[in-house]
Design a protein around this ligand. Structure first.
Ligand SMILES: [Zn+2]
Length: 149
């Protein structure tokens, strides 16, 4: 069986509808399908999916990864803090921005963190962990990840 690559995903030939789908569809898949549809908020499945996506992204540096994150319109990442084994990345305009704030302290951008984790682990050839520490839906000013490598 032939596996698709990320480059295959760019081969689009739709006459009327082009290469865009609305954000509400992405959100529906992410939050209603994965988060609400799977047991335990889909935590382990989401991690597996995100890592796999990250490993398949054609990026070789942190800069390329953050740029692609923005090109894919997931959000606009910026590095807040960086040292040898730790990095803090804020994401502005995250896909979750504008959703109603959830009452409980909840973070919903775990897939996006897992994508970063997969890409960084492959790139650095060592174990990297990415933990979401802030999220718009909890009333924070942006979404934020703590990366340890
Ligand atoms: Zn978020």
């Amino acid at each position: 069986m032939l596996d698709y690559t990320f480059d295959d995903m760019k081969l689009i030939n739709r006459d009327k509808l082009g290469n865009m789908v609305p954000l509400e569809l992405f959100r529906t898949i992410r939050l209603i399908g994965l988060n609400q549809g799977l047991p335990m908020g889909g935590r382990s499945t989401t991690l597996t999916i995100g890592r796999k996506i990250g490993e398949n992204l054609p990026v070789h540096t942190v800069e390329e990864l953050l740029q692609l994150f923005e090109e894919l319109r997931i959000g606009i990442p910026r590095i807040l803090y960086q040292e040898e084994h730790k990095m803090i990345v804020a994401v502005d305009d995250c896909f979750c921005k504008g959703l109603p704030t959830l009452e409980e302290e909840k973070l919903v951008c775990d897939l996006e963190g897992a994508i970063l984790e997969g890409a960084l682990t492959k790139m650095m050839k060592r174990r990297v962990t990415v933990k979401e520490t802030k999220c718009n839906v909890s009333g924070h000013e942006h979404c934020e990840y703590e990366i340890r490598m």
